[in-house]
Design a protein around this ligand. Structure first.
Ligand code: SG7
Ligand code: ZN
Length: 242
């Protein structure tokens, strides 16, 4: 039986190597601390904004998966393209949140060591090269995760729709149908031309190094940090400054 993992002293990231050895031995583990002054600006990407096509009615349910609140999506006909994604098509599968117990903790990625209150992850898989999410999730170049930092501020009507539902999925395994659908694009910043990107991994066990685009918008619109995840020099070079 697979061991359980979590975020406490007993089962937190420093223990994940026991169930997912790559968490300790990997070369491109996410999350990372983004150091803007060490990032390389890539001119060529300035003309390739990220583009998303999402169908609101395909957002099917909200679930508590025991680690996060997640919206499950039937990604058919959706697509993420642009940025460093070359010509492959990525279909959305789900999005979920990472948060903390204070407004100063919660994001997984940090910028110059600074943590944000939360981090939204929109998970996509490469349908050009893979026939299932499971195959893509364990293969290099299989996934693309869009990350958005969350900070406390004025009410966000879109996010509010989801936070209102959270009290109804308080226990692991709870789920409810999204009768009216939900547009994932409504959670994205308007400016799709400014982001950092680097080759990374799933941020939780099994920690597979399959995420070829961990793409983060930041820092103003933006919501955990894992100690010790430092990018290789090579990875740092491919990060894009905001
Ligand atoms: C959350 O983060 C969940 C996981 C997700 C994991 O724990 O949303 O999703 C499921 C279906 O359990 O794992 C394979 C996957 O998407 C890691 O995702 S992340 O790297 O974007 N944080
Ligand atoms: Zn995540």
């Amino acid at each position: 039986m697979a061991q359980s993992w979590g975020y406490t002293k007993q089962d937190g990231p420093h223990t994940w190597g026991q169930i997912a050895p790559i968490a300790d031995s990997g070369k491109r583990q996410s999350p990372i601390d983004i150091i803007p002054r060490e990032a390389t600006y890539q001119e060529a990407l300035a003309s390739r904004p990220l583009r998303t096509i999402y169908l609101p009615q395909n957002s099917k349910s909200v679930i508590n998966n025991g680690h996060s609140i997640q919206v499950c999506i039937d990604g058919a006909d959706s697509c993420l393209t642009g940025g460093p994604l070359e010509d492959d098509r990525y279909e959305i599968v789900q999005f979920h949140f990472h948060w903390g117990t204070t407004s100063k903790t919660g994001s997984e990625h940090t910028i110059d060591g600074r943590q944000y209150a939360g981090e939204l992850h929109l998970v996509h898989y490469n349908t050009t090269k893979f026939s299932s999410f499971a195959d893509a999730a364990k293969s290099a170049g299989g996934l693309a995760v869009l990350g958005v930092f969350l900070t406390p501020g004025s009410e966000n009507a879109s996010l509010d729709k989801l936070t209102k539902l959270m009290s109804r999925v308080q226990n692991s395994g709870d789920s409810l149908d999204l009768q009216d659908g939900f547009d994932p694009a409504s959670l994205l910043p308007a400016d799709k031309t400014r982001f950092w990107s680097y080759p990374g991994s799933l941020t939780t066990p099994p920690c597979f190094e399959s995420v070829n685009l961990d793409c983060l918008q930041g820092p103003d619109r933006s919501i955990r940090t894992t100690a010790g995840a430092v990018p290789s020099t090579e990875d740092r070079k491919s990060m894009l400054p905001c």
